[in-house]
Design a protein around this ligand. Structure first.
Ligand code: ATP
Ligand code: MG
Length: 418
């Protein structure tokens, strides 16, 4: 509100836009607030004391207060030239999509879904809502409709397919027919997305608090086979299909509960847990052939294959590897309490407990013992794995935990941030 007031005083247009307007109209609490304006980023920085320019493809301004961060974007123009053809770069990405626009009407056209293109000015005449593209009708019909031609818009930015799944699952909307048809055919375009962005966006879908509902949609639209191909294969047909299904349901249910309880969620924990069935399937196949592999080899091989679909940033990859390898260490006959000092300990115990409760009941006793120890051991603070931090802090093959830690959080290594 303060941001909008300041912009108005300086004679700029400024509206709340996107998910916050949509959610307020649906009587839901918005996750964050986005503002759209005709002021350019440098003008915003001069006007708003806490403004900072970020953004890789297009400059966005973040305005931080003690409790929240508002994202302010300058009106943009749709990249579709009038009467002309879109131009694509070598990787299939759209070119010329970085031009400023001058009006709400122009800005609305470059947004993803009609219900995300509602603009609200809370200060003008006691509140004005602008709806240029029929977003209100779709909102009342509880329908998610892509703005423009869906095949083109998904190709322009394939992440919109993941956003579609996220909104269908979290809002309980259905996809409009053409938007759905294009989604069913578009999955292979996910390979055009920068792998680190894909990794992030996939986490957003699964940690939206509606992961259990999103999962079958990701499978139905064949997006999962792009995001987690080996996990998808395990679920299709493998010696551990039944066990994998049980474990994944338990993981997603647990994740949703955590989000609804306001607890932290961990991207590394989630990926480790979703990759665990892949390791189990590989172990089972090796056993059939009378072969064995070390835990380090199994984890290394699984991670290397996963890296091919979504590149996992190093700080997360290290944590995922530790959580996975601890599954053996926690279950070894001579394992001792000193494992509780490791940074990945709490997340690893949590995964062990979910395994025990779903497809691997033989772990129940071990898991109960480790959970007792985890309760007595404070969880380390949320901080990043990665270069520098752990170089001198390794214990055996694992990364040690921070010397001071008392945050009491159950899953600990990171957070999914926008
Ligand atoms: P959430 O509740 O998750 O915050 P949201 O719709 O607000 O949902 P944001 O990522 O905060 O999602 O984006 C804000 C707005 O920016 C969206 O509502 C949409 O209008 C626009 N937007 C975001 N990502 C895209 C995209 N990939 N393509 C087009 N428009 C987008
Ligand atoms: Mg938002």
């Amino acid at each position: 509100m303060a941001t909008i007031r300041r912009l108005h005083r300086a004679n700029y247009q400024a509206y709340l836009v996107g998910g916050c307007v949509r959610d307020l109209l649906l009587d839901r609490t918005p996750k964050d607030f986005d503002v759209s304006t005709d002021a350019h980023p440098e003008q915003l920085c001069r006007l708003l004391p806490r403004a900072r320019i970020i953004g890789r493809r297009f400059p966005i301004v973040h305005v931080r207060t003690a409790t929240a961060c508002t994202e302010v974007t300058t009106f943009r123009r749709s990249p579709h030239p009038k009467g002309g053809k879109l131009q694509f770069g070598a990787r299939g990405e759209i070119l010329r999509d970085r031009e400023y626009g001058s009006s709400v009407e122009e800005d609305a056209l470059r947004r993803d879904f009609t219900v995300n293109a509602l603009y609200y000015d809370p200060l003008e005449d006691g509140g004005i809502l602008l709806d240029c593209l029929g977003g209100m009708t779709d909102l009342h019909r509880r329908q998610l409709r892509v703005i423009g031609v869906p095949t083109v818009r998904y190709r322009e930015d394939p992440v919109r397919m993941l956003r579609a799944v996220r909104f269908v699952a979290s809002l309980g909307f259905k996809l409009e027919r053409r938007s759905e048809e294009a989604l069913s055919r578009g999955a292979q375009q996910l390979s055009l997305v920068r792998p680190a962005r894909l990794f992030d966006e996939a986490f957003k879908v699964l940690s939206s608090g509606h992961g259990e509902h999103s999962w079958p949609l990701l499978q139905q639209y064949r997006l999962l086979e792009r995001l987690l191909p080996d996990t998808q294969r395990c679920l299709n047909a493998s010696p551990v299909t039944e066990e994998a299904t049980q474990l994944i349901n338990a993981i997603l249910r647990d994740m949703d509960q955590r989000v609804h309880n306001g607890q932290t969620t961990s991207i590394s924990f989630l990926y480790a847990a979703l990759l665990w069935p892949v390791i189990r399937a590989r172990q089972a196949m090796l056993a059939q052939q009378g072969r064995k592999m070390s835990s380090a080899q199994l984890v290394g091989e699984t991670m290397a294959r996963q890296h091919e679909s979504t590149h996992i940033p190093r700080r997360f990859a290290l944590a995922i590897e530790d959580i996975l390898r601890l599954q053996w260490a926690l279950n070894a006959p001579r394992s001792d309490r000193s494992l509780a000092q490791l940074h990945a300990f709490h997340a690893a115990v949590h995964l062990l407990a979910l395994r025990a409760a779903s497809g691997e009941p033989e772990l129940l006793e071990r898991s109960a013992w480790w959970r007792q120890i985890a309760k007595q051991t404070p969880a380390p603070p949320l901080r990043r794995y990665g270069r520098g931090v752990h170089r001198s802090g390794r214990r055996g093959n694992f990364r040690n935990r921070a010397p001071h830690s008392n945050s009491g959080r159950a899953q600990t290594d990171d957070r999914g941030r926008r």
